[in-house]
Design a protein around this ligand. Structure first.
Ligand code: TXA
Ligand code: MG
Length: 317
């Protein structure tokens, strides 16, 4: 059985032995291992039950340590890095030979990020290799935002979970491909599009598409709870839904006609940051109630709301 603790030295020791350890980040918990060890990276795929065509992000302590792994940093990438790292931003850059093909699923581009969570930052500083780390959930399920979430699902498969408390952002990092003149946002996440636009001018935003397997983050059914989940398109309560045993993921107030104990309000003050932080844990909580169906509506489509709506849409596919 796994141990949950705050011992950074223990995490470091295990990682140096090639073990896989769950680590906190400001976005979601990661399933981390030595990113330059083929055996360890293969083990991460195995633990997560993740298909090998879905590449992983490499996590670093600072810009300097990224250099050997990427070709030149484009100007717009540098601008984003200067403003937003450490933080919930991942940049896609052209890789060097030092990056394992297994990490990028054969792509010539590698995803890199400098996380801001203080415990992970300290851990990375003590390691002389980057950490490959996907979110610490079984493939296809909701990302974990507490150490207990990780233990609930992967507890029998990893030795240690470094507990850094509940994740501050609660959504995965925003992924931006900066290898072309007009950067492309591949995944909406903890940094909103408005912030990116303001820094580097307007960017292309790749929307959900099932027919684009070349953009692995865009896999259709991601972030899904086990309970049937439906995102309602408008304010009308659909007549085809029987009212029994239904749960609601509400934004800022309870829905009428559904028992309040079956509802979770993401932010009673309508704060999108709070809603983002609470989104995945609320989905998990509803998922654990043995309901027949969970309903949600879109939140305001601005700032972090765009990423929240993206997650809701994927969960309902
Ligand atoms: O916030 C985060 O990014 C968290 C924490 C742990 O850092 N990590 C995370 O990793 O969300 P993961 O593996 O669950 O999602 C990363 C996504 C992958 O699904 C993949 O689509 C995309 O990043 N990705 C990684 N490397 C890529 C590459 N070389 N080309 C295109 N997409 C890539
Ligand atoms: Mg993930």
């Amino acid at each position: 059985m796994t141990r949950i603790g705050k011992d950074i030295d223990e995490a470091r020791r295990l990682l140096q032995f090639g073990e896989v350890v769950a680590v906190p980040t400001e976005t979601v918990y990661g399933l981390a291992g030595n990113g330059i060890s083929p055996e360890t990276v293969a083990r991460i795929f195995e633990i997560k039950n993740r298909p090998r065509f879905d590449p992983m992000i490499l996590h670093f302590s600072d810009i300097h340590s990224i250099q050997p792994y990427v070709q030149a940093m484009p100007e717009k990438g540098q601008t984003l890095a200067d403003a937003l790292w450490p933080g919930p931003l991942t940049l896609l850059l052209s890789k060097t030979d030092k990056v394992l093909d297994l990490v990028t699923a054969g792509s010539p581009k590698v995803a890199v990020r400098i996380p801001s969570h203080p415990m992970l930052a300290e851990l990375l500083q003590q390691l002389d290799f980057p950490l490959a780390a996907p979110s610490a959930n079984p493939f296809g399920y909701i990302s974990p935002t507490t150490a207990q979430h990780v233990a609930d699902q992967l507890g029998d498969r990893i030795e240690y979970i470094l507990d850094g408390g509940p994740c501050e952002v609660g959504l995965e990092s925003t992924i931006v491909d900066v290898t072309s003149e007009k950067p492309v946002v591949l995944r909406k996440g903890g940094i909103d599009i408005e912030t990116i636009d303001a820094l580097i001018g307007s960017v292309e935003v790749l929307e959900t598409s099932s027919s684009r397997p070349t953009a692995p983050g865009m896999l259709v059914s991601h972030y899904a709870p086990r309970t049937l989940f439906r995102l309602l398109e408008d304010d009308e309560f659909p007549s085809d839904i029987p009212l029994g045993n239904i749960g609601v993921l509400a934004f800022d107030c309870f829905w009428p006609d559904i028992p309040p104990e079956n509802q979770i309000i993401l932010s009673s003050t309508g704060n999108l940051g709070e809603a983002a932080r609470r989104l995945f844990s609320s989905m998990r909580e509803l998922d654990g109630k043995g309901l027949n169906l969970i309903l949600a509506r879109r939140v305001p489509d601005r700032g972090l709301g765009r990423a929240i709506n993206d997650k809701l849409r994927r969960a309902s596919l």
